[in-house]
Design a protein around this ligand. Sequence first.
Ligand code: FAD
Length: 391
Amino acid sequence: MKGLNLAIVGAGIGGLTAALALQRAGFKVTVYEQAPELGEVGAGLSLSPSAAHALRYLGLGPALDAASYLPEDQAVRHYQDGRALQWTNRGHALLEKYGERYYLIHRADLHDALAAAVRANDPEAIRLGQRCTGVTQTGDPVQISFEDGATADADTVIGADGSRSRVRCALFGDDGPKYTGYIAWRGIVPMERVPPRLLDPPSGIFVGPGHLVNRYPVRSGTLLNFVAFAERKEWEEEGWSIRSTVDELVKEFAGWHPEVLGFLAAVPPELLFKWGLFDREPLTSWCRGRVGLLGDAAHPILPFLGHGAVLAIEDAIVLGRAFAESASVAEALSRYEAARMARASFVVRESRKAVKIFHSHEPEKYAQKTGGKAADERLGLFDYNPTTVPV
Ligand SMILES: Cc1cc2nc3c(=O)[nH]c(=O)nc-3n(C[C@H](O)[C@H](O)[C@H](O)COP(=O)(O)OP(=O)(O)OC[C@H]3O[C@@H](n4cnc5c(N)ncnc54)[C@H](O)[C@@H]3O)c2cc1C
């Protein structure tokens, strides 16, 4: 097995974590990324204890600690009067229970750390400007085709090419994305533009009818990241980086507490984007022959539990462990899928449901509906460690 030539399509957080996990297991890996340069969009990520276990296992603990903002508490507040509806500990209580805490990190900081670690193992591992158009496995090895007409051979291909995956399409077809009726804005506000009284505690959610705003610091507290969700009947374009205006955003949240409008209005227009949320029917299998899927390519997810990157990171660790412990590609892919399917499917389903509690017309009943617990903890999502689960 160790002599295999493994390929990953997509150098996002899932693809790079998988590359590192497979390198750690002693494999040679080539990652094919469509973008001409490596980079991540300007947005934050919340990482759960399970993702933190994973990153430490890969030797990225110091990078995680250095780049993250460590929230102690997270509040859920009423959209109009700002009263606290729920208060959850995201620091010491999690550490005591799960051996890890919650981390808030800029996507680019995590992505940079992953890419540097992959290249430190093999400077040639990441190939840029390679847009995959399909994979064929009529013979042995698998052939990857690229937009420029080039091809590459590999013993195994892992599709980590996101929610619009070409690899998934080649394996299972694509029944097309369905617009969910939700749109979102994301923005990054330099902390010096945010009045300090707006940040108690710095990590917080505001819930209201048909809307939700989640904000938290990243980059050691120097930037404030926010995502603001709203309901809208129609939306055409699938993509993360559609320009919006501060005026459009502030109008959408008219009547919300001045604390919310304070940081929404402070976002520099060039750091504000919007997009429509699309969903796909879940797959019942992620692997066929010598090709498998990982992260959003395998199980696209709505962002209401902040767990998409967490799942991709968990997938990557389990994939690496499955390859390390198996005698054949078929065995490795089947052990990977068997170990991950139930967990990922559960989180995908619960992420769909979570929006109903957040976008509530009765925000004052929030704690009653949640039993006073944050959704991820209530669902037991933190009680999972990809470095030790049976594979
Ligand atoms: C608003 C929002 C907030 C979120 N917040 C959180 C959060 O707090 N915590 C969390 O865990 N998750 C969060 N997520 C989810 C998370 O961002 C995704 O689930 C995660 O990025 C999936 O990683 P991935 O590597 O599978 O896919 P992606 O990040 O989409 O990466 C795919 C990579 O493949 C490349 N690619 C695509 N097509 C091709 C091709 N044909 N050929 C070659 N390369 C290709 C892309 O360029 C990209 O580099 C959020 C998502 C959204 C929308």
